[in-house]
Design a protein around this ligand. Structure first.
Ligand code: AR6
Length: 178
C-alpha cells in the first residue's frame, strides 16, 4: 500500500528490514548499548557484519526516544539509523518517546541529504508496545515529518508479519490526507 503526503510517498510492505536494497537508510530497533540482540537488532547486525558493532561502541548508550546514525557496512544501504524505542509500561511518556524516535530518525536522514528511509515497527516486539497503538503513533509522526521534509521522497514501513501489515494498513487507511 502507498499514499502521497506533501510529495512524499508513504509505503507499507511486508518483509525484512535487512533486504531493502533500494533505500538510503534503514532503521534499527536498537537496545541502549547498540549491540546485537534479538529481533531487528539481531538481523541488522548479522547482515551488516562486525564493523557495525565496532562503529556503534562509541555512540552508546542511547536514551529512549533518541536516534543515532552509522554507516551500513555490509547492508545494501548507505546508513543505519538506530532508535531506542520505549519499553512499554516502563519508559514514560511512552507515546512521546516513540514519536520522538520516528521524528529524530527522519531529521537525521534529512540532515544527511538522504531521500529514502525504511522503518520496522519500533518497540512492538521485545519492548511490548501494542501494535495498533504503536502504528497510530508511527504513522502520525511520519506523516507530520513528511509534510516538513525537504529532501525525503520515500518513507517505507517494513512489517515482518502479515498481521502487523494489516494493522498498519488499517491505520494508514484512516489517515486524513491533505
Ligand atoms: N525486519 C522487519 N521487522 C522485524 C524483523 C526484520 N528482520 N525482525 C523482527 N521484526 P524488536 P523492539 C519485527 O523486538 O520491540 C532486541 O532484542 C518484530 O516482529 O526487534 O523495539 C533489541 O536488542 C516486531 O514487530 O524491537 C532490543 O533490546 C518489530 O520488528 C529490543 O529487542 C520490533 O521488534 C528492541 O525491542
Amino acid at each position: 500500500m502507498k499514499l502521497q503526503i506533501a510529495g512524499v510517498t508513504l509505503e507499507l510492505t511486508q518483509g525484512d528490514i535487512t533486504r531493502q536494497t533500494d533505500l538510503d537508510a534503514v532503521v534499527n530497533a536498537a537496545n541502549a548499548q547498540l549491540m546485537p540482540g534479538g529481533g531487528v537488532a539481531g538481523a541488522i547486525h548479522r547482515a551488516a557484519g562486525p564493523g557495525l558493532e565496532e562503529e556503534c561502541r562509541s555512540l552508546a548508550p542511547l536514551r529512549p526516544g533518541q536516534a543515532v546514525m552509522t554507516g551500513a557496512h555490509d547492508l545494501p544501504n548507505r546508513h543505519v539509523i538506530h532508535c531506542l524505542g520505549p519499553v512499554y509500561g516502563v519508559d514514560e511518556p511512552s507515546d512521546q518517546l516513540l514519536a520522538s524516535c520516528y521524528e529524530r530518525a527522519i531529521q537525521l536522514a534529512e540532515d544527511a541529504g538522504l531521500t529514502s528511509i525504511g522503518f520496522p515497527a519500533l518497540s512492538t516486539g521485545a519492548f511490548g508496545y501494542p501494535t495498533r497503538d504503536a502504528a497510530s503513533i508511527a504513522i502520525d509522526s511520519v506523516a507530520r515529518a513528511a509534510r516538513a521534509a525537504n529532501r525525503l521522497d520515500l518513507i517505507r514501513f517494513v512489517l515482518f508479519s502479515q498481521e502487523d501489515y494489516e494493522i498498519h494498513r488499517e491505520v494508514l487507511s484512516n489517515l486524513a490526507v491533505d
